[in-house]
Design a protein around this ligand. Structure first.
Ligand code: F6P
Length: 320
């Protein structure tokens, strides 16, 4: 293999740049030519967004959030004709291997390209941490810490005013962010799409706190689990206490990556190149305990990642 390319796709995640840097530097160290494709699959399909990297192209990016390659959510990858065109473009440029950095939607695109004969390796990057087969994705740790910072700040003002705060965090389909930040931040209730919530129980927990002179309550709500404003008015109808809503939004996606995410990006990026240069394809780099291992891409589309119910119970048990 002489030429490889790398792209980032789907929602950006802090640590993607560390992964790009590792792909480029490991690739060049191995004597490969490394290309970057800008704007994810959109850049690949349009064929006009290819840049050749040098060692210095990825200097000064390990600490930056976002992705220097830009990213997009591209529906065109679901069109077989477009996919053929994309593979043809890569073949014409004599690119034999592709590293795809992104979430499970991006991995579906990777599988489709592999079926057309392209060698592909995925690197899991999404703040949602919802990719089956890996314990952690790039970006999750930074986003959890961003939420924790918000929880700490809200707790200061919540305590001073003896208020209840509902904090909406990202996660349209999954509650890994809400759960992990909720447990680490001591939230009184955590509302996630995976588990049906009981409004009476949420209110009981608030009242129990007030009874034992707790000055505040923090309720973490994953965006896909409930309408946070509706929830707010329902709680207000039942409980006589001041409540406020904060929606954290895309702040969770930005910011300098944590050490954990920089390490994941660096280790996974290097492994992705090693796998390609060993002629391996159809895998993504996954966290298993303290190791990074190759796992078949198909694992992330055949089964959903299990929600850690035990952690959920623990979080509620400890925040009484
Ligand atoms: O998949 C990452 C994610 O941040 C989700 O948590 C969130 O629901 C979604 O992307 C938001 O997407 P967009 O940036 O397109 O609004």
């Amino acid at each position: 293999m002489k030429k490889i390319a790398v792209l980032s796709s789907g929602g950006d995640a802090p640590g993607m740049n560390a992964a790009i840097r590792a792909v480029v530097r490991r690739g060049i160290n191995k004597g490969l030519k490394v290309f970057g494709i800008q704007r994810g699959y959109a850049g690949l399909l349009n064929g006009n967004r290819f840049i050749e990297f040098e060692m210095g192209s990825v200097a000064d990016i390990i600490h930056r959030g976002g992705t220097i390659l830009l990213t997009a959510r591209e529906e065109g990858m679901f069109n077989p004709e477009f996919r053929q065109k994309a593979v043809k473009k890569l073949i014409n440029m004599e690119i034999e291997g592709l590293v795809i950095i992104g979430g499970d939607g991006s991995f579906q695109g990777a599988i489709a390209l592999e079926e057309l004969g392209m060698k592909v390796i995925g690197i899991p990057a999404t703040i949602d941490n919802d990719i089956n087969g890996t314990e952690q994705t790039i970006g999750f740790d930074t986003a959890v810490n961003t939420i924790l910072d918000a929880v700490n700040r809200l707790r200061d003002t919540a305590t001073s005013h003896e208020r209840i705060f509902l904090l909406e965090v990202m996660g349209r389909e999954t509650g890994h962010l809400a759960l992990t930040a909720g447990l680490a931040g001591g939230a009184e209730s955590i509302i996630v799409p995976e588990i049906e919530y009981d409004l009476d129980e949420v209110c009981r927990r608030i009242l129990r706190g007030i009874k034992r002179r707790k000055a505040h309550s923090i309720i973490l709500v994953a965006e896909g689990a409930a309408d946070v404003y509706k929830l707010h008015s329902e709680i207000k109808q039942r409980i006589e206490a001041e409540t406020r809503v904060t929606v954290l939004g895309h702040i969770q996606r930005g910011g300098s990556p944590s050490a954990v995410d920089r390490l994941l990006g660096s280790r996974m990026g290097a492994m992705a190149v090693d796998l390609l240069s060993d002629s391996k394809s159809g895998y993504f780099t996954a966290v298993s305990g303290r190791n990074i291992i190759p796992v078949p891409l198909t694992i992330c589309i055949t089964e959903q990642k299990e929600f850690p119910n035990e952690l959920y119970k623990l979080a509620l048990d400890l925040a009484r």
